[in-house]
Design a protein around this ligand. Structure first.
Ligand SMILES: [Zn+2]
Length: 342
């Protein structure tokens, strides 16, 4: 699926002048998380449930393992749900993003991330002929997506699920209808179910992704669509950079790929509709790491040519190839609630 979108650059969404301080708060956060390492717990593969993984990375004393059955890699052992709740509640890194980075980059984020995201979601609704009475976003944050989708006047009802009190308040100030509860506590009558449930960049943070999907499925009406985005653990910049990738961090516990996430959704009773990787930044992210001296491509002449020496000629076409071939490290997946329950 292609559509005209404004050019997105890393600088737009992560202004370089703000990121030194952000890195400092992230280091503090890693230390906080590791201070409760004794409460980390071992888990099976979050996508397929197999207990057959090999070590993949160590970064900041955190272990990432890769499932031999489905290729998902994941933090194991991982912070318990209680540790995660404590971690996010007191995170100086989150506070810095919320108070400094997001406000400073909000206009660019709105135009270059949220507008295209809404365009994409509405195009998927038309393509798959889903009703547009009610949309629910799980993990609405500042409500930027919900505000934008509401402004299009396609859905009659747009609801934001946001359990964090400050963020829920921000959503309400934008005039949004908010459910201020964790998803597992939401109970709906069959007449209140949603045509579309969407969740962007949430599932990779969760202790128990399968439970999250199971709770989400209960909110969809028969024939309704679930749309998720998350990093693709087999995408270009994640696989090339490995532990040098900013995506590989202590907050991201789950690194699905299109196939493994499809398997997870199917295991929760959904019909897989499509998955694709529309990420725009893979090539630039690797290039920026090389230019910053944080990653070495001297033994990779092909990548050095594409990403550095002939960037002007080849960079954009290379990124288009990654998107078209499903190899970008940002993915969407769409699944449908069956019309009749078994
Ligand atoms: Zn697996």
């Amino acid at each position: 699926m292609s559509m005209t979108t404004p050019k997105l650059s890393e600088q737009d969404i992560r202004p370089v002048e703000l990121m030194a301080q952000q890195r400092a708060t992230a280091v503090t956060d890693v230390g906080r998380m590791l201070s409760r390492y004794g409460e980390f717990v071992a888990v099976d593969c979050p996508a397929c449930g197999a207990d057959d993984a090999r070590p993949k990375y160590q970064k900041n004393c955190i272990s990432y393992v890769e499932c031999r059955a489905c290729g998902t890699f994941y933090v194991n052992p991982r912070p318990s749900p209680a540790v995660l709740e404590w971690f996010y509640r007191g995170s100086p890194n989150y506070a810095y993003w919320n108070e400094v980075v997001f406000p400073a980059s909000e206009a660019a984020r709105h135009q270059k991330i949220f507008v295209p995201r809404v365009d994409q979601l509405l195009a998927l609704c038309r393509k798959h002929a889903v009703a547009t009475n009610a949309l629910l976003e799980v993990g609405a944050g500042f409500g930027t997506f919900c505000g934008e989708v509401k402004s299009r006047d396609v859905f009659t009802r747009v609801v934001a699920v946001e359990p964090t009190p400050d963020l829920a308040q921000t959503c309400r100030k934008r005039g949004l209808e908010v459910i201020e509860k964790p998803i597992e506590q939401i109970e709906l009558a069959s007449t209140e179910l949603f045509d579309v449930v969407a969740s962007f960049e949430v599932i990779e943070h969760l202790f128990a992704p399968r439970e999250f999907v199971e709770h989400t499925v209960r909110l969809l009406r028969p024939g309704g669509l679930l749309m998720l985005t998350c990093p693709n653990g087999q995408g270009f910049d994640v696989e090339v950079l490995g532990t040098a990738s900013n995506t590989v961090d202590h907050e991201h516990l789950n690194y699905f790929n299109p196939s493994s996430l499809g398997r997870l959704l199917a295991g929760c009773g959904l019909e897989l509709v499509e998955s694709f990787t529309p990420g725009k930044l893979d090539a630039e992210l690797v290039r920026n790491k090389v230019l910053a001296g944080e990653f070495d491509l001297s033994s990779q002449p092909f990548l050095r040519r594409v990403l550095i020496d002939q960037w002007q000629e080849l960079g954009a076409a290379f990124q288009e190839f990654l998107i078209a071939s499903g190899q970008s490290s940002n993915m969407w997946i769409v699944a449908r609630m069956p019309r009749t329950h078994a």
